[in-house]
Design a protein around this ligand. Structure first.
Ligand SMILES: [Zn+2]
Length: 137
């Protein structure tokens, strides 16, 4: 039951769009793992988004570079309904816990930003590296 590897010989070749979907999926999963929420049912939320965005990018192939940011936002919305805010800001040490936002919402090179502190925290897919270099102040 692991649909992420379509590489059967004789199956349809992997298109650039499919590659972009896989890359985007991997980035979002990396961020989920970084924040320790990559449980099976959470990963299925990613799969739902990938399925939806596959349709979307087939209609608009120019949007292939925007997939990581879109899937991150889809998963963020789905998590908010079921679990709560994700990913929590790791930059602000005090105040109410708050989630990071994806910027741009629809554009290339998406990043997680904290609007409270006004900083870019990490690229989508790079949250693990961001928490590794802990901000100590
Ligand atoms: Zn913050």
């Amino acid at each position: 039951m692991d649909p992420h590897c379509p590489g059967e010989p004789g199956a349809h070749p992997v298109s650039p769009l499919e590659q972009a979907l896989h890359a985007a999926r991997a980035l979002v999963i990396a961020d989920l793992v970084a924040r320790e929420v990559a449980e099976a049912d959470v990963v299925s939320l990613v799969e739902e988004s990938v399925t939806h965005r596959r349709w979307w990018v087939e209609q608009w192939p120019e949007g292939a570079g925007f997939l990581a940011g879109l899937i991150a936002q889809d998963v963020q919305d789905a998590l908010l309904e079921r679990y709560g805010r994700w990913p929590l800001c790791s930059v602000c040490g005090s105040g109410d816990p708050h989630a990071l936002d994806v910027e741009p919402e629809l554009g290339p090179d998406p990043h997680w930003v904290c609007h409270k502190a006004g900083v870019r925290v990490a690229a989508v897919g790079g949250l693990g590296r961001a928490t590794g270099g802990a901000v100590s102040s």
